[in-house]
Design a protein around this ligand. Sequence first.
Ligand code: KIV
Length: 269
Amino acid sequence: MISLSDLRQFKQDGRKFSCLTCYDASMAKAMELAEVDTILIGDSLGMAIQGRDSTLPVTVEDMAYHTAAVRRGNQHALIMTDLPFMSYATLNDALVNAKTVMQAGAQMVKVEGGAWLNETVEVLTRNGIPVCVHLGLTPQSVHVLGGYKLQARSREAADKLLADCQAVVDAGAAVLLLECVPAQLGQEVTARFPHIPVIGIGAGVETDGQVLVVQDMLGLTFGRVAKFVRNFMKEQAGETAILDAFKAYHAAVLDQSFPAKEHTFQVEL
Ligand code: KIV
């Protein structure tokens, strides 16, 4: 099973690592077979699984439920779980809720923010819980940010984000995750912290790891898709492979070509 030390070693060796979001056991098993290095049980499950408009309604219980399912399906990847909206607003909440997701099978928790999380990062780390800090576009603050858009567009804003990274690293953050920032900033953060693995999503190619939401990379996100998403399903099997399978099934049921003899128990009664 991949550990935090492995991620650090990958960085030392210049070996990039992969991360995908995952929410269930069968997809987790497929990721194990594909040797994906890291899995994020993201609170993006609010949108991807629950059909909500944002990550805000997701609960700690949701995160623990999906973490346990993923862990049962995958014994290979390092598993990181989001602490959802307002579940780490106090130190006590952070400890209690991190305990819940760690006991469900996570090896690390992820929180969204910057320097103001220093105490939280310190206390969690002191209690044996590795912390990944998510900076840049932080979806739990979508109403403060005014939408899902590129962050740190100026030198001044980039320097502020670098200072936030430094603060949380000094507080003990084990991993940084940067979302939707200029590639140059992704490169600067990655170079500045030689011992801290940096994961990017829309942060350029220089970060140590990359993460995508699994529905996005399988072409199962309908509506607006972010610029940083690549549809890998389209390249492997055609743009609408999963959709086409659903359509073919529907048609086969209607025209009775399914179930065929080989799918049928032929017993003379
Ligand atoms: O919740 C999530 O899936 C995330 C990724 C977008 C990084 O935080």
